[in-house]
Design a protein around this ligand. Structure first.
Ligand code: GLN
Length: 552
């Protein structure tokens, strides 16, 4: 049964593997998500799986500068940022079963071997690892009850570490050739000295794929420029791909245009044909309306994100905050504004405190999540500036905790107020560790052990948070070990920092906000609303922030 990809109810499942060629970072995630979107437009239920071929069990233990954002799912998995792209493009929730790493696959096989589940067989990398991979793909597909599952294999073809995933894909195709399609997302450089688009690296990538027994059905040619006919012909001929299935995917301003561009090349039609599926409709209208709205926004809103995970060597990368950035974009567009987002390194305000006054140039400010001491005094100075100068402010997780610290220090006069994450000996631990988290840290149990995933929160009537959400009970995703110390609740409230939301048992503070007479918009949330923002449904907190920024 291990290779059977027909659902128990007899419904045929279809699978699309998306594989990278030439180099990483060419937008395989966006391509996978966009393929999903256009197939949804044809009336199919789609889910997506991300495979990360590293040994980490999840993305939670990796530095965001190296790996990008850790995207948290409803069920508390710490995954790759591409899972966020899937959720945003497909407008579905993705769960733990849809995320796979080599660490996860091997640990499962090894623990099964320890339990004698292989019945005395010699357990080998091949075929047992590919079987495990196939089993996981099937399980995620069944759970989502998807007609089509898109599986993005991280990294690029030719790397040692993704070979067993390609082997699993090959085996699935061998068993059910009509139900499995392969998409090679490759890169076509246009060297400035030559001024011509070169196809050779992509030809080499296709050949590399052939060498592991896989023939791509489609080639998506990522490049700075659109791909012309001669180049399509070349790739078709040398990579044995139907010319119509060589798709041009040039750089564009907004990633949300990618599905529309794919449809200009009738990609959904071609994929359905390959998978022997009849289209069930064509409905991309809402998405089209959205992308039109995006391109019609002219008036600018200037947003500052104060963080620290931006620098990679000599390069500045916003990837660590991708969901925050996308959430700000959705909220701006739905307010008919074109977002101009700038990343501000909080270290700067520690080295040069006077510089903080440059924040007056922004319409609104965000301090996103974070860990550790580097740059936090700079963030606290920025929050103080936002509070005193009435700049709309949204603090996310650490941004809420630091806003509470700032208020305690500068309004309550508790000058040593701090989080015990940074200063365990402070006499005013306004942020302290959640008791069960202290135990985990003492046991060095760091993996997937924070307070993670969706939890309910009850909003207090009359608060700004309540007005924005328009309902009393909400659910948001979390990722933290520390919390607001309840001993300080009364004191901060007396001075105008309202506890606007808390857990149903009222034990854990989830939202703080400055009362309306003190500030036009100042909210800190212990959770991460950025994980639930969707292009067509901007998150109320981000929407409110941008609206307040416009009114300012
Ligand atoms: N470091 C803080 C905590 O662990 C905040 C975490 C975050 O911002 N995601 O509670």
């Amino acid at each position: 049964m291990e290779n059977d990809i027909i659902a128990p109810n007899g419904k045929k499942r279809k699978f699309i593997f998306v594989i990278g060629g030439v180099m990483s970072g060419v937008g395989k995630g966006i391509a996978s998500a966009s393929i999903g979107r256009i197939l949804e437009g044809r009336g199919f239920k789609v889910t997506a799986i991300k495979i990360d071929p590293y040994l980490n069990v999840d993305a939670g233990t990796m530095n965001p500068v190296e790996h990008g954002e850790v995207f948290v799912t409803e069920d508390g998995d710490e995954t790759d940022q591409d899972v966020g792209n899937y959720e945003r493009f497909l407008d579905v929730n993705i769960y733990r079963d849809n995320y796979m790493t080599t660490g996860r696959v091997y640990s499962a096989v090894i623990s099964r071997e320890r339990n004698l589940e292989y019945g005395g067989k010699c357990v080998e990398a091949v075929p047992h690892i590919p079987y495990e991979i196939i089993g996981r793909i099937q399980k995620a597909t069944e759970k989502a009850n998807a007609d089509i599952t898109i599986i993005e294999i991280g990294g690029t073809v030719g790397e040692y570490q993704n070979v067993l995933y390609l082997e699993a894909a090959r085996m699935m195709h061998l068993e059910n050739p009509d139900d499995v399609a392969f998409v090679l997302v490759s890169y076509l450089p246009v060297p400035s000295k030559l001024g011509e688009m070169k196809t050779k690296p992509t030809q080499a990538a296709a050949r590399e794929l052939n060498s592991v027994g896989i023939q791509p059905d489609f080639i998506l040619g990522r490049s700075t420029h659109p791909m012309d006919e001669p180049r399509k012909q070349k790739l078709a001929l040398f990579c044995s791909v139907d010319k119509d299935n060589v798709i041009s995917a040039p750089d564009i301003d907004s990633v949300y245009d990618v599905p529309i561009n794919f449809e200009k090349e009738n990609l959904s039609e071609k994929i359905l044909k390959k998978l022997k599926l009849e289209p069930r409709g064509q409905d991309m209208q809402e998405w089209r309306n959205f992308t039109e709205k995006v391109s019609n926004c002219e008036q600018v809103i200037k947003i500052g994100i104060i963080g620290k995970y931006f620098e990679s060597g000599d390069f500045i990368l916003p990837d660590a905050y991708i969901s925050v950035i996308e959430s700000l974009k959705f909220a701006s567009w739905h307010n008919n504004r074109k977002p101009v987002i700038e990343w501000i390194n909080s270290d700067l305000y520690e080295k040069e405190p006077d510089k903080v006054s440059e924040l007056s140039a922004y319409d609104c400010l965000v301090v996103p999540g974070g860990f550790g001491s580097r740059g936090i005094e700079g963030k606290i100075s920025a929050i103080k500036y936002a509070r005193e100068n009435k700049i709309p402010y949204l603090g996310l997780c650490y941004g809420m905790q630091l806003a509470s610290i700032e208020f305690a220090r500068n309004v309550l006069g508790l000058t040593d107020a701090h989080t015990t994450e940074i200063n365990p000996d402070t006499t005013n631990p306004i942020i302290h560790i959640i008791p069960e988290q202290a135990k985990k840290i003492a046991e060095k149990n760091y993996g997937n052990s924070m307070r993670l995933g969706a939890y309910p929160c009850i909003l207090r009537e009359g608060t700004r948070a309540y007005e924005l959400y328009g309902q009393k009970e909400i659910s948001e995703r979390h990722r933290h070990r520390y919390e607001f110390n309840n001993d300080y609740r009364q004191r901060v409230e007396e001075k105008g920092l309202i506890i606007a939301g808390a857990s149903p048992d009222n034990e854990l503070v989830e939202i703080v906000e400055l009362s309306k007479d003190l500030h036009p918009f100042f909210i800190g949330v212990q959770f991460h609303p950025e994980f639930k923002s969707r292009p067509l449904r901007p998150h109320p907190l981000f929407f409110g922030l941008i609206k307040a920024g416009i009114e300012k």
